[in-house]
Design a protein around this ligand. Structure first.
Ligand code: NAD
Ligand code: MG
Length: 391
């Protein structure tokens, strides 16, 4: 029995994970479930999956959850320390890191430091703390498996012995596919007018609102380029973004001999989740087999950096290194929230981020404290850029 903690159990990835777990009660048990605010949904998941512990964001939410779970013997806690504790506890083997944004960093890092099997959906945590996080994984002998569909596809297309060294494995390039999001073909001059709901309407994937907006700006792909850099030890110039609107090929690896290996499947996150849960074995995920002959033609294009300035900003941050990616991530989180709250327009997102990258000096990232300090500075600079934009 693998004992699982799900950080962010009420989210889109959390729900897909619970769906896969429910198909295999003989293989997995749930140790802890966490959520920020959606107490009723968490209570429902707790009734169904009977974890030992449940964690929410505030004392008020914990009070409500305790009432809803009365008599079930589930320990209810709140706050960051409790998140770190359920992610690192001796009674859990595997941690699904599916909190959105920087809030996931501390518990995800706690899981790595406790040597857990970490299933990483929370790309922001890795983008912020890249070197420090990978060092913690190595030092504490944690197992890191990518859930992001592209990185899971790359992982599956690399040799089992891959040691984060492209040259040693004969890897020429990592080909990171991108759907291009809902605005791939929309007239650029109308992008300023798009609404949060239009931005969240992804053509192929149903996801949380933050990552949906990131997909519309292609910052999601930018964050994934940085994520791929850390996971696979590839420099920026070995990572190529390829627009593939059908989202059937989830990414590819090209080798020096001319071979290109790809992973294909229907766009459903239960596939990478099931892959990582069972790795190196395979389990059913509930995802239908790919219908190759019923499928539309597959297309591939180069990305347009003028249409998607966030992608260029992310490549710049990766090349700059140090705390630059954490500045990028923090500025993006604030700008996306402001867009979702209708405080700024869609095109202002990249303006705010570019502004923060210019205004806040970046440097080396020797500790998590240094990263968090830069994160806080970037958030402040982003808020001030937003108030300037709003006049
Ligand atoms: P979501 O918004 O649907 O869910 C987020 C979860 O995090 C919720 O359970 C929420 O309660 C929790 N949460 C939010 N703020 C929190 C805080 N401050 N403290 C503690 N918990 C908090 O998001 P999602 O789409 O499931 O994405 C989760 C992560 O997975 C993101 O990092 C995203 O980039 C990544 N990811 C998602 C998908 C997808 O298909 N949804 C694909 C690849 C990667
Ligand atoms: Mg992805």
């Amino acid at each position: 029995m693998q004992r699982i903690t799900i950080l962010g159990a009420t989210g889109s990835i959390g729900a897909s994970t619970l769906d896969v777990l429910a198909r295999h009660p003989d293989l997995y048990s749930v140790y802890a479930l966490t959520a920020h605010g959606r107490v009723e949904e968490l209570a429902e998941a707790c009734r169904r999956h009977r974890p030992k512990r449940a964690v929410v964001g505030t004392p008020e939410a914990a009070g409500r959850l305790s009432q809803l779970l009365e008599g079930l013997g589930i320990v209810v806690e709140h706050g960051e320390q409790a998140l770190c504790d359920v992610a690192s506890h001796a009674d859990t083997d595997t941690v699904m890191a599916a909190i959105v944004g920087a809030a996931g960093l501390a518990p995800t890092l706690a899981a790595a430091r406790a040597g857990k099997k970490v299933l990483l959906a929370n790309k922001e945590a890795l983008v912020m703390s890249g070197q420090l996080f990978m060092d913690a994984v190595r030092e504490h002998k944690a197992t890191l498996l990518p859930i992001d569909s592209e990185h899971n596809a790359i992982f599956q297309s690399l040799p089992g012995t891959y040691g984060r060294n492209p040259d040693a494995a004969g890897v020429a390039r990592i080909l990171l596919t991108a759907s291009g999001g809902p605005f791939l073909n929309r007239a650029v001059e109308t992008l300023g007018d798009v609404t949060p709901d239009e931005a969240c309407k992804h053509p192929n994937w149903i996801m949380g609102r933050k990552i949906s907006v990131d997909s519309a700006t292609m910052m999601n792909k930018g964050l994934e380029v940085i994520e791929a850099h850390w996971l696979f030890g590839a420099p920026a110039e070995r990572i190529e973004v390829v627009i593939h609107p059908q989202s059937v090929i989830h990414s590819m690896v090209s080798y020096v001999d001319g071979s290109v290996l790809a992973q294909l499947g229907n766009p459903d996150m239960r596939t990478p989740i099931a892959h990582a849960l069972a790795y190196p074995e395979r389990i059913a995920s509930g995802v239908a087999q790919l219908d190759l002959t019923g499928m539309a033609a597959l297309q591939f294009y180069k990305p347009d950096f003028a249409r998607f300035p966030c992608l260029a900003l992310a490549f710049d941050a990766l090349r700059a290194g140090g705390t630059a990616p954490s500045l990028l991530n923090a500025a993006n989180e604030i700008a996306v929230q402001a867009f979702l709250d209708r405080e700024i327009g869609f095109r202002d997102i990249d303006r705010v981020i570019a502004n923060v990258m210019d205004a806040v000096p970046h440097g080396p990232a020797p500790s998590i404290e240094a990263v968090l300090e830069q994160d806080a500075r970037a958030r402040e600079a982003a808020r001030s850029a937003i108030s300037t934009l709003r006049g």
